[in-house]
Ligand binder design. Structure first.
Ligand SMILES: Nc1nc2c(c(=O)[nH]1)N[C@H]1C(S)=C(S)[C@@H](COP(=O)(O)O)O[C@H]1N2
Ligand SMILES: [Mo]
Length: 397
């Protein structure tokens, strides 16, 4: 690649001049006890969509995926979804109750939970409504809105199985109910098998205590499963022999099929991927020539095995390079060197996970599920790169 630009004259902060910010001392070590991003990054924020925001407290905002690197989502940029606003919880007054079909009902303080063996794991969390506005056609012109209901953090806590062993689960127990301490007192039913497999009761996110929005002081992580079962502000776990009926959202968390039947308890988030550079928020400013296509892929089944990229709307595919680390149930970065000839191009990514599951086309997904669905739209996404370098969200059949 050639130099970005030649040295310009008359620009006083550019070499060979000494820039303004080099000529005096900056703020010292006491100026920001808790750091914040550079003011030049103020556009990199969670955003919401007005017509999706009926009330502030029961709504969603979106992760700015186009502006992120690596696989960890900074805590302050993780999309949020709440049903009753964010409670302000004093950790000294927070308790986790485990009861129902157990030998010993227990009440844990935060200090109790912190004494158990701790584990840290990197996991994505995705709302099954991610991409839901795109079932009938391309609608949102930005990756923040087409795919931004996902984040990926390092979560630290105690294995749920460890806490359940303390309480002694009775052999008749098959399900558990998890409940949050927010105004929605959100509850979800989770099969005991999953709870004992890899669920975590977490107190930390990306190395520090969980942010209030994401469940402070305690949240359940249910790796690879629908966002809504990852109960925030976790206060109660009840063991039982069957799933509970939930007043509001379990009825909504079903997928209406073309024949009018509904899929229920579709807990698993299947493989998905999207190109984050270029994308509508990240046009190609330099015109034709070398461009590294970059993006993210993830699967609730486990690791991403391969990502293919097409620049001609799916006629030809090339295998992208996966960036280490490639972790199970975590965002995985891919990149592909590309020389753009300057002609309009249709850019797509297709993820394949370790079970061999291949991300479907929108046509295949519509054939299987119709267009009445909201949830679980994980089809191959298309960006149209225009000759002027701008990018639009399109759907091609
Ligand atoms: N207590 C409680 N837990 C909750 C919710 C809620 O409203 N209350 N929202 C759920 C939904 S629908 C999603 S998608 C995830 C979002 O997690 P996040 O806000 O950390 O991104 O939290 C889940 N856990
Ligand atoms: Mo959700």
């Amino acid at each position: 690649m050639s130099p970005v630009r030649a040295l310009a004259k008359g620009e006083e902060n550019l070499p060979p001049n000494v820039p303004e910010w080099t000529r005096s001392l900056g703020p010292g070590v006491t100026a920001s006890p808790y750091g914040a991003p550079s003011p030049f990054e103020k556009a990199v924020v969670r955003r919401s969509v007005e017509w999706l925001t009926a009330t502030e407290q029961s709504s969603i905002n979106f992760t700015p995926l186009h502006a992120l690197e690596g696989i960890i989502t900074p805590s302050g940029l993780c999309f949020e979804r709440h049903h009753g606003g964010v409670p302000e919880i004093d950790p000294d007054q927070h308790r986790l109750m485990i009861h129902g079909m157990v030998e010993r009902p227990l009440l844990f303080t935060m200090d109790d939970i912190l004494r158990f063996p701790s584990v840290s794991r990197v996991y994505f969390l995705e709302c099954p409504a991610n991409g839901g506005m795109e079932w009938k056609g391309a609608q949102m012109d930005g990756v923040q809105f087409t795919h931004g209901m996902v984040h990926c953090c390092e979560w630290t806590g105690v294995k749920l199985s460890t806490l359940l062993a303390e309480a002694g689960v009775l052999p008749t127990a098959k399900w558990l109910l998890a409940e949050g301490a927010d105004a929605a007192a959100m509850t979800r039913s989770i099969p005991l098998e999953k709870a004992l497999d890899d669920c975590l009761v977490c107190y930390a996110q990306n190395g520090e205590r969980i942010r209030p929005e994401n469940g402070y002081p305690l949240r359940l992580m249910v790796p690879g499963w629908e966002g809504n079962v990852n109960i925030k502000w976790l206060r109660r776990v009840k063991l039982g022999d069957r799933p509970w009926h939930h007043r509001e959202e379990t009825s909504k968390y079903t997928d209406l099929m073309p024949d009018g039947k509904a899929r229920q308890f579709t807990f698993l988030m299947e493989a998905n991927s999207v190109i984050t550079s270029p994308c509508p928020e990240k046009p190609v400013k330099h015109g034709k020539g070398f461009h590294e296509i970059r993006g993210i892929a993830w699967s609730g089944h486990g690791k991403i095995r391969r990502v293919d990229v097409s620049t001609d709307g799916g006629d030809n595919w090339r295998t992208a390079e996966l960036q280490e680390p490639v972790l199970s149930k975590a965002l995985t970065r891919f990149r592909l060197p590309w020389t753009w000839d300057g002609a309009p191009a249709l850019l797509q990514a297709r993820a394949i996970d370790e079970t061999g599951y291949v991300q479907p086309t929108i046509e295949q997904l519509r054939k299987a599920r119709g267009v009445n669905s909201i949830y679980h739209k994980n089809s191959i996404h298309t960006w149209r790169l225009n000759a002027d370098g701008t990018v639009n969200n399109v759907q091609i059949i």
